[in-house]
Design a protein around this ligand. Structure first.
Ligand SMILES: *Cc1c(COP(=O)(O)O)cnc(C)c1O
Length: 380
């Protein structure tokens, strides 16, 4: 389908093409100098000691869980209002995801009080997700983690360029994971980054990213090593130079792209309040600096969400849903939960939440058009 207004769109220019061409001409395609530069630049951007580029954020979350030594018998507290990859990463290790509720109908992220209520003697870690790039209450969450000796993993897939108290999201916990998937704020088609300030965690991730091998093809090519040992059960979660080259260019666009997303979000807020007051827009309170990755709205209670989405589709406007709660999926609902899921806020939100188009190259005309569509389609 050709949308008049798509949900998201790339923010690419000729520089991305040139960067990829340069890699092809260089003759070195997998993890090498370009990836090292991307990692160093990303580490400086978020203000962390280590940044490790990976195939995608799901791999980053998996390695973050492994670096925390999670395994069978362990529990990890996380929101159900997230992409399934967050919970899958926990399960890859044999550990059990334990879902906890969100703060409120306004702030759609894991609530500190819900975390505390979900802690058991088996709890080993908290995995937060900064929904749309809006910060979780990291001072409260890291205090809970310290008090109970828990690791904190940040799913910062939405949050490139976002911060709280001038500290980048993704750098508050022990490990932070970013996604560079095609529709994310920084896109390399597929790709991800894991950041940490901890040398030992970084070393473990570095090993696991490439088969648990002590040296890389790159090192051997450069004569730094001639053989290797395998000292852990690793994976192939490496990124390639083409994607790292895209990432270096995209990193220079994030600040402007997020600023434009902020402007468009403010315009949406103003216009929706005028033309569609029956619809609400979460994250109305000030807290930190969002990356405005997506634009969630809540339809009025009792509204038929699928009918709304169908009317918007008829107008050529693409909408989405972030997210069907993870605990309602078949692959999750039938599992023996260590704790029964009781997530009234998550479930209430999920029934009413719709995501509207938002991307840096969006025009104000397009926002007017979407808001008109929302006003017409959301009348009860
Ligand atoms: C996109 C996304 C992921 C997965 O990222 P990939 O890079 O596609 O693996 C994980 N969590 C959240 C919240 C996401 O939005």
């Amino acid at each position: 389908m050709l949308w008049k207004i798509p949900l998201s769109d790339l923010n690419y220019g000729p520089e991305e093409e040139a960067a990829v061409s340069a890699v092809i001409r260089s003759g070195w395609l997998s993890m090498g100098a370009v990836t090292q530069a991307f990692e160093a630049e990303f580490a400086a951007f978020v203000g962390t000691k280590h940044a490790l580029a990976l195939t995608n954020a799901t791999a980053a979350l998996h390695l973050a869980c492994l670096a925390c030594d999670l395994g069978p018998g362990d529990e990890v507290i996380l929101p159900a209002l997230t992409f399934v990859a967050s919970a899958n990463a926990v399960r890859y290790t044999g550990a059990e995801p334990v879902f906890a509720d969100i703060e409120s109908e306004d702030w759609l992220v894991l609530a500190p009080s819900a975390i505390e209520a979900a802690i058991t003697p088996r709890t080993r870690a908290i995995m937060v997700m900064h929904y749309a790039g809006f910060p979780c209450d990291m001072p409260a969450i890291t205090a809970i983690a310290r008090a109970h000796n828990l690791a904190v993993i940040e799913d910062a897939a939405h949050a490139v360029g976002a911060s709280l108290a001038n500290r980048a999201l993704g750098t508050w916990g022990d490990l932070g994971c970013y996604s560079f998937f095609a529709n994310k704020n920084l896109s390399t088609a597929e790709g991800g980054m894991l950041v940490t300030d901890d040398d030992a965690l970084a070393e473990k991730v570095r090993l696991l990213r490439s088969h648990g091998m002590t040296t890389l093809t790159w090192d051997r090519h450069h004569g730094h090593a001639s053989t290797y040992d395998v000292i852990d059960l690793g994976y192939n979660y490496r990124i390639d130079e083409l994607r790292s080259a895209l990432g270096r260019v995209q990193l220079t666009r994030v600040a402007d792209g997020n600023a434009r997303r902020a402007e468009l979000t403010a315009l949406y807020r103003q216009l929706l309040a005028q033309s569609a007051p029956q619809v609400s827009m979460p994250f109305s309170q000030p807290r930190g600096q969002s990356s405005y990755h997506i634009l969630p709205i809540l339809l009025p209670e009792g509204a038929n969400k699928l009918a709304f989405m169908a009317k918007m589709r008829a107008e050529g406007i693409q909408t989405s849903w972030h997210y069907p709660p993870v605990h309602t999926f078949h692959a999750y609902a039938q599992r023996d939960q260590a704790l029964p899921s009781h997530l009234p806020l998550t479930e209430a939100i999920a029934a009413r939440q719709v995501t509207l188009p938002l991307f840096p190259t969006m025009t104000e005309e397009q926002v007017f058009h979407v808001v008109k569509g929302v006003a017409d389609s959301s009348k009860l």
